[in-house]
Design a protein around this ligand. Structure first.
Ligand code: 5AD
Ligand code: FES
Length: 348
């Protein structure tokens, strides 16, 4: 699929034609990654962050947020909850927290691998190459780092960076060279994101040959400059990509068609804007992964990237049972094992 075709799908108004796009995405998903839905237990390790991204509630400048960092024992306990719910992977995510030292996390990774054998995915922000290498040696399998937008001007505007901050694209390439499966993605509908930019973002997924791609709606957070409407956008009327549920499905479907083998989650942000059927519709329009939360309950409300996050009061067991029944209700199966990237089509 080329630029013109992608952008016209993003602007399509005929719902019958969109249904055909969704059917094609679902067929592509089934052929390349099968009917299994892989479950990844999400552990929100720390909400400390030294950065000031204009959209994110964890930004260092947000003084109203109580900060926490899990202990290694709490992380191990969350990994055990992932095992007991039958998940094959844990995803450790945090703000950019330099209180998480390379050695500290390497030790935690090592203990998780030794005790549980789970696949380990990290999402720790922009870290020094030496940290990333140390974590890979300790056994980490995958790394998630969304590039957020391909528009350099918009990127600069919403990511104040310290001097010498690496380019995320360059970092993704480094991660791949280190042997990580690499994942990236964007938010849909950030103020200043045009249809053109979003089209280029989707094409970049293919150019980067990503193993994992996460996309979800932008949800304004009132403790952020973007959420307060303080950043000015130059886009003319009709150019801004909307942060709607409908736009998320289009992007999910196009992403699947453009990157047929990728692991693509139906994200928590999507479940946040439609708790009743967002995840199911995501799974039927391109997605093949869900990331249920296994963070200890007392910390959940503090990991407030955006407000209203789905499932913040549900126990890991509750979400595990809920997700399974939702997957079965749409005629899909729950994946077993690590569920890494496959490079061949599933036999017919
Ligand atoms: N709305 C939606 N998604 C957000 N993220 C950060 N802030 C928001 C927000 N306000 C996403 C970013 C980040 C991921 C962890 O969460 O894409 O990479
Ligand atoms: Fe958490 Fe349904 S997935 S309650």
């Amino acid at each position: 699929m080329h630029y013109d075709e992608i952008i016209s799908w993003l602007r399509e108004t005929d719902s019958g034609r969109l249904d055909a796009l969704y059917a094609k995405a679902d067929e592509t998903r089934s052929r390349f990654v099968g009917d299994e839905v892989h479950l990844r237990g999400l552990i929100e390790v720390s909400n400390y962050c030294c950065r000031s991204c204009a959209y994110c509630g964890l930004r260092g400048g947000n003084r109203d947020l109580q900060r926490y960092r899990l202990t290694p024992e709490e992380i191990l306990e969350a990994a055990r909850a992932a095992v007991s719910n039958g998940y094959g992977t844990v995803v450790m995510q945090a703000g950019e927290d330099h209180g998480i030292t390379a050695g500290w996390l390497a030790d935690v990774i090592h203990r998780i691998k030794k005790e549980t054998g789970l696949a380990v995915t990290l999402s720790m922000g922009e870290r020094a190459e030496s940290d990333l290498a140390e974590w890979r040696h300790a056994g980490a399998d995958r790394y998630l780092l969304r590039f957020e937008t391909t528009d350099p001007e918009l990127y600069r505007k919403i990511h104040p960076a310290p001097p010498g901050a690496p380019s995320r694209i360059a970092l993704l390439q480094k991660l791949r060279q280190m042997g990580y499966e690499t994942g990236s993605g964007v938010m849909i509908g950030i103020p200043g994101q045009s249809y053109e930019t979003l089209t280029r973002d989707i094409l970049a997924f293919r150019e980067l040959d990503l193993d994992m791609i996460g996309v979800g709606p932008y949800i304004p957070h009132p403790a952020t400059p973007l959420g307060r409407g303080l950043l000015h956008s130059d886009l003319r009327e009709g150019e801004q990509a909307p942060a709607t549920e409908d736009m998320c499905y289009r992007v999910l479907a196009l992403t699947r068609i453009v990157c047929p083998q990728a692991n693509i989650p139906a994200t928590t942000a999507l479940a946040t804007i439609n708790g009743r059927s967002g995840r199911e519709l995501g799974l039927q329009r391109g997605a093949n992964v869900i990331m249920p939360n296994v963070t200890p309950l007392e910390y959940r409300r503090l990991y407030e990237i955006y407000p209203g996050k789905a499932c913040i009061t549900e126990s890991p067991q509750h979400c595990g049972t809920c997700i399974r029944s939702r997957i079965h209700a749409i005629g899909r199966t729950v994946g077993t094992g690590p569920g890494g990237r496959v490079r061949e089509a599933v036999p017919a």
